[in-house]
Write a protein of this length. Structure first.
Length: 502
């Protein structure tokens, strides 16, 4: 172990380029389809009820299988898992771009999520074992954090350009060159210590219980939109999710080689990071979907203009991650960056509750985006560094996967939950204002905006709760300091986390 901790890979900065490229592809794909969704919906005849599944199928497969992917990376080796994930992701993207109907598109999105679940934790773990010096690690994760935070919004811009000037199908095809370049680079420059592998047997019952439990949970939220919160199928899915996830905890506490060792989540700091990140992403994910439709349908923006409208959020995330979070995370306790960061983001979200049919972009939406991006970028950076703080080397993959899981499941729940809230509020507004509406079109647009703002109010509360949890539970001092991290062998290198997948 000491030898691993002291080894400095001379090709580590080259490896960072290809790991970051793969990370960018995964994060871009989580949002690039949002901009193309109206065009794809019209082209393939996707119903309004099913359109959210283009987003949710990806996030659900990704989030549901991330723990499995993290453990596979520990068992197979991170480099091998990384390359398999890249190749599979490219193949799934090709299928999505060639989709002939709704089922084919949703299947491709789910398949992207499956391979993304292999790719994300292995990428993060590889990066962690290559950068063992605290200062270098801070710089490397500053780059990684900027991609994780801002890549999703960049996807909205790229999605707009590809949709408007080429075709929505290119939002899938664009992944293929990313994956090929990253895979070639991985073969050429990436190395990992063999002794950091975990040779324990795979926990099959844990895989089944975790995956089915998470799928039931998210599907319950989506059924609530069509059937109602008190409907039998909705309640049944939530009960099933609770039973399956409780059974998962019981199994994990008893098996010899658990899929998710409870020691990983029992730590106060890691638990606080996982919970606060999940809540923050719940608030963020739905916002991307709502504001995309708001700007294209209500405001009449083109796909490219919509994408560029999100650019200030990208700038805010990059600034918060690289200039505030990365610079201060070695000097300031993580909770004093995470808590204020989430609160700043909630203020930005609060501004966006005021959108209307004739809202000015410079006066309201622009400052809202800037605050939201700046706050999220500032909070993500220390959270990413702290999430595998002091973790054992054999658990590095699954600890990284747990952060990805909290984010992706949060994203799937956020899309389903906030979409349900928005749809209900839209319907109620349309019914109550039908008599006095000047026209059917005006009523339809005003009802949509009312639904969006109702959901965004919920997102404000969720971000405030994320801030409270971060301040209350995260009590570690300087995450890159000595003690537990520096003295944990490979674990020193594992002081990192995963991605956002909005």
């Amino acid at each position: 172990m000491p030898e691993t901790a002291q080894f400095v890979d001379p090709r580590r900065w080259k490896a960072l380029i290809f790991i970051a490229l793969a990370q960018l592809m995964v994060v871009l794909d989580a949002t690039i389809v949002n901009i193309a969704l109206p065009s794809a919906q019209a082209d393939l005849g996707i119903s309004d009820g099913n359109r959210q599944w283009v987003i949710t199928a990806y996030a659900l497969a990704f989030g549901g299988l991330l723990l499995f992917g993290g453990r596979i990376a520990d068992l197979w080796g991170r480099k091998q898992t990384f390359i398999v994930g890249l190749i599979g992701f490219a193949a799934a993207s090709a299928v999505g771009g060639a989709a002939l109907n709704t089922g084919m598109l949703l299947g491709a999105r789910a398949l992207q999520g499956v391979f993304g679940a292999l790719l994300a934790p292995s990428a993060l773990s590889l990066l962690a074992v290559m950068f063992t010096d605290p200062k270098e690690r801070a710089k490397a994760f500053g780059v990684f954090g900027a991609i994780a935070g801002g890549g999703g919004a960049v996807g909205l811009i790229l999605g707009g350009v590809l949709t408007e000037y080429m075709d929505w199908r290119w939002t899938f095809f664009v992944n293929i060159p990313f994956a090929i370049i990253a895979a070639i680079g991985a073969v050429a420059v990436i190395r990992e210590p063999v002794e950091s592998h975990n040779s324990s047997r795979l926990d099959i019952p844990g895989v089944i219980l975790a995956t089915t439990g998470l799928v039931s949970l998210v599907y319950g939220f989506t059924r609530a939109e069509s059937d109602g919160w008190s409907a039998g199928p909705t309640v049944g899915l939530f009960v099933a999710a609770a039973v399956l996830l409780l059974a998962f905890v019981v199994v994990e506490s008893r098996v010899k080689a658990p899929l998710l060792p409870l020691r990983v989540v029992a730590d106060r700091n890691r638990g606080g990071v996982y919970a606060s990140l999940a809540l923050a992403i719940i608030g963020m994910f739905g916002l991307f979907l709502f504001l995309t439709y708001y700007m294209q349908v209500v405001k009449g923006y083109s796909p490219v203009k919509t994408g560029f409208a999100f650019l200030p959020m990208v700038a805010g995330m990059i600034t918060g991650s690289t200039q505030i979070g990365a610079r201060l995370m070695t000097r300031v306790p993580a909770r004093l960056l995470m808590g204020p960061g989430f609160l700043a983001a909630s203020v930005g979200m609060l501004l966006l509750t005021q959108i209307d049919l004739d809202t000015s972009y410079p006066a309201l939406i622009l400052p809202g985006f800037l605050l939201l991006g700046l706050g999220m970028g500032t909070a993500f950076m220390p959270a990413m560094s702290l999430a595998t703080h002091g973790v054992e080397p054999r658990d590095a993959g699954v600890a990284s996967a747990m952060v990805n899981t909290s984010q992706q499941v949060g994203g799937a729940i956020g899309t389903a939950l906030l979409n349900t809230i928005a749809a209900s509020a839209t319907t109620e507004y349309a019914k109550s204002h039908a008599a006095g509406a000047p026209s059917r079109t005006a009523l339809q647009l005003q009802s949509m905006v009312h639904g969006y703002t109702a959901a965004i109010w919920w997102a404000v509360g969720i971000l405030v709760l994320a801030a409270v949890i971060a301040i209350t539970f995260v009590n570690a001092g300087q995450p890159e300091g000595g003690g537990a991290v520096a003295g944990s062998g490979d674990g020193a290198a594992e002081d990192a986390v995963p991605v956002m997948a909005h």
